[in-house]
Design a protein around this ligand. Structure first.
Ligand SMILES: Nc1ncnc2c1ncn2[C@@H]1O[C@H](COP(=O)(O)OP(=O)(O)OP(=O)(O)O)[C@@H](O)[C@H]1O
Ligand SMILES: [Mg+2]
Length: 277
């Protein structure tokens, strides 16, 4: 029987990359996580700990060294339209309009629909991200924030089982960032897509997700701590900020990251160098 609490099951996940001498180094080692159907989980951790490595393995874009990942009870073995990815840069085709960039994926996912149905899907999602009046613009005519909106529309229009966001707002100014957080949350509330979002921003992790997964520093990184957030959905920014537990939750995230930075291998090297000196 299907268990909605284990809609996504990541079991004993390992990724080993070769070092310059060709020896395998386990960047991620024993990462385990179950994600509920419709849950938004954020992944936070120091730069280089392996967040993107985990996400690209879930996307099927990066080979798994050991362990397994199952989505909706099916083990993944490569990329597929059931898992849509949005990276920091939207990677739009520059010679196509916003509309046609979205249509490209929609044609693949709805091959049996009519042209009219496919048009309506593209228009619906481009309007949902606030681009109702800019569908005919080319990427070169759009701001970074607008391009990222197209990337988000393109991903969600695929009606994926899972949405994978790798620092989707990382390159945007803080106002655009807040705006797009709300755009994404609004769509996710409507569509109930199970989502993994990587972020460096503690406040973004708290505002956007139902749970925060804190990764230990690499190599051999894994889940260090999971934090469930008490805020309901739809999210209201003011309610989150004024919640009595907000500062304590924020504090425990910051503390985890501080503790992990003291344990980082770079620090150990520095300390041993100091000892020698
Ligand atoms: N293709 C690769 N070959 C070898 N090493 C790699 C490869 N890709 C990533 N790595 C290494 O694996 C580690 C984890 O990388 P990853 O990109 O997953 O980290 P991250 O947590 O996403 O970092 P950031 O927050 O900076 O994006 C890093 O030490 C990186 O140098
Ligand atoms: Mg990354």
């Amino acid at each position: 029987m299907k268990d909605d609490n284990k809609y996504v099951e990541i079991f004993n996940l390992v990724k080993a990359y070769p070092n310059p001498y060709g020896d395998p180094i386990r960047v991620v080692d024993g990462f385990e996580l179950n994600i509920r159907k419709g849950e938004i989980i954020s992944i936070i951790g120091h730069s280089g700990c392996g967040k993107s490595t985990v996400l690209t393995m879930v996307a099927g874009l990066n080979e798994i060294s050991h362990g397994s990942i199952a989505v909706d009870s099916r083990e993944i073995s490569g990329p597929g339209p059931d898992r849509a990815v949005v990276f920091q840069s939207p990677c739009l085709l520059p010679w196509m309009t916003a509309f046609n960039n979205v249509m490209l994926g929609v044609k693949k996912v709805y091959p049996h629909g009519t042209e009219q149905q496919r048009r309506e899907i593209c228009e619906y999602y481009l309007s949902a991200v606030g681009l109702g009046n800019s569908m005919d613009k080319f990427p070169g005519e759009m701001s970074g924030g607008m391009q990222q909106r197209v990337g988000i529309a393109r991903a969600i229009a695929l009606k994926p089982k899972m949405l994978l966001l790798d620092e989707p707002f990382g390159r945007l100014d803080s106002l655009t960032r807040m705006e797009l957080q709300d755009v994404v949350l609004e769509i996710l509330d409507r569509e109930k897509v199970t989502t993994m979002v990587i972020t460096h921003d503690v406040d973004e992790a708290i505002y956007m997700s139902d749970r925060v997964c804190m990764m230990t520093s690499g190599p051999n990184s894994k889940v260090g701590k999971l934090l469930s957030l008490p805020f309901g959905r739809p999210r209201k920014r003011a309610e989150v900020l004024e919640h009595p537990a907000y500062y304590e939750l924020r504090g425990s995230l910051v503390q985890f990251l501080e503790d992990e930075s003291h344990d980082s291998p770079a620090d150990e090297v520095k300390e041993s160098e100091e000892a020698v000196a």
